[in-house]
Design a protein around this ligand. Structure first.
Ligand code: EPU
Length: 417
């Protein structure tokens, strides 16, 4: 087990550079196998979720070269064999191999994906999309066998605008015969990034980033290059850190459009910031105004920043409310925040937060990736020492976190237990 030990209370100044987006990269890597030629993905973050995907690609017979943040993938020699549970359960995004292998070979056998235990997280909408294209699905325990004689373009109606199901529907339909329309598609920027890679390979996808995506099947996909977009959740996390401790703190390599929901909330509560084309400078301020936040699909307030903004709201005088609408179990951070001095009540899907003056250091546990992020922000702000156990969760999604934070003045150490 790994733990983070943080000496809190130090103002932070300097610049943090944002890495490539985890939730784009984890789809771009499996998407690459749809090509019969070389695919180069730049700005790949060095996080453990990417290592887990590489392991699957290598197991299938792909060759991967990583040089700095550039990954080159050759998938010509892939064998479409069953992906074992030990590797598929390492992360959520292993489910993108369902769409990619089905799209390329019309058959995939693999197990239910893993990922953070933040809710039920069914994959019924992914399966519905595959079925609409003509695939049959057999489920034995945790194992899924999905196959089709031929994939034929169709209308796919998603019951909820799921990121994963939208990505998988694109991956499975790019080589289908004829036209596919994904209705009620998710609009997250990561979907646009993946559609751009597929189009660079020779696919014909229109409308990514809107709720209707039209895909006209092509026979062959070839050589392509793509850059991973900057991680809007990593950016949001460090911007919130700036609001807690910025003296001031600058966050660079951001796309302001992608974080509008967060920026408008910060403006509403009175956080001072200075925004330019690809960077933002944030100052900590004590007399902020309480607010109400409800998570929503993009461009609404992202669930992936719900836990980190809660850390900020614990220190805002007055009563704030946070409602989580995407996941059933994304409040596991609250008992730990309360042990650090916060005053938060959980009532169903809503938090009521009474602002306190201070947080104090404690021994806490990361129960999932963003819960861990919430706690490292709390630990950096709190008086005294905070130890965060099970910090492997955080390392899944934040590249070079120790280096990035140390560089701006944080006292933070990663230790093996
Ligand atoms: N849902 C269904 N059926 C489905 C698919 C989803 O009911 O077939 C429900 C889920 O249970 C959930 C909601 O729809 O309540 C949203 O799920 P979605 O499919 O959009 O999420 P995801 O693809 O599983 C991705 C990110 C998450 C992020 C969500 C929402 C990846 C690997 N994960 O998950 O990221 O929270 O979109 O933006 O891209 C994180 O980075 O911490 C993280 C959890």
């Amino acid at each position: 087990m790994k733990k983070l030990v943080i000496q809190g209370g130090n103002p932070l100044s300097g610049t943090i550079h944002i890495s490539g987006a985890k939730n784009s990269a984890v789809a771009l890597v499996p998407a690459s196998l749809l090509s019969d030629e070389e695919v180069v993905i730049d700005q790949i973050p060095n996080i453990t979720d990417i290592d887990a995907l590489d392991e699957i690609l290598i197991y299938l017979g792909a060759t991967i070269k990583r040089e700095g943040s550039t990954m080159t993938i050759h998938s010509e020699k892939i064998q479409n064999k069953e992906i074992p549970e030990e590797i598929s359960k390492k992360l959520r995004a292993s489910y993108y191999f369902m769409g990619a292998l089905l799209g390329k070979y019309k058959k995939v056998e693999m197990y239910f994906p893993g990922g953070c235990a933040i809710g039920k997280r069914p994959i019924d909408q992914h399966l519905k999309a595959f079925e609409a294209l003509g695939a049959t699905i057999q489920i034995e325990g945790n194992k899924y066998k999905i196959e089709a004689d031929k994939l034929i373009g169709n209308d796919i109606y998603l019951d909820c605008a799921s990121v994963g199901a939208t990505m998988n529907a694109m991956l499975a339909s790019v080589k289908a015969v004829g036209k596919t329309v994904i209705h009620n598609a998710a609009k997250e920027p990561e979907i646009v990034n993946v559609a751009t890679l597929l189009n660079n390979m020779g696919a014909d996808i229109e409308g990514a980033g809107t709720s209707e995506i039209i895909i006209t099947g092509v026979e062959k996909l070839g050589k392509a290059y793509i850059e991973v977009i900057p991680d809007r959740i990593e950016a949001g996390t460090y911007i919130i850190l700036g609001a807690l401790l910025g003296n001031p703190l600058t966050i660079e390599n951001i796309i302001p459009n992608h974080i509008e929901a967060l920026l408008s909330k910060l403006k509403e509560i009175g956080v001072p910031y200075d925004l330019s084309a690809n960077r933002i400078t944030v100052w900590a301020k004590s007399d902020l105004t309480p607010t109400a936040i409800t998570t929503a699909v993009y461009p609404g307030f992202p669930t992936d920043l719900q836990q980190t903004i809660t850390t900020l709201l614990t220190l805002v005088p007055g009563t704030s409310k946070v409602t989580e609408t995407i996941y059933e179990n994304r409040f596991q951070n609250i008992s730990y925040l309360n042990e650090m001095g916060a005053k938060i009540k959980v009532d169903g899907d809503t938090l009521t937060i009474e602002g306190v003056d201070k947080l104090h250091g404690n021994v806490v546990q990361a129960t999932d990736l963003r819960a861990g992020a919430c706690l490292f922000l709390a630990g950096l702000k709190a008086d005294g020492t905070t130890t965060i156990e099970h910090v492997e969760y955080v390392l899944r999604g934040y590249e070079n976190i120790i280096e990035k934070l140390t560089q701006v003045g944080a006292k933070i150490e990663l230790k093996e237990i």
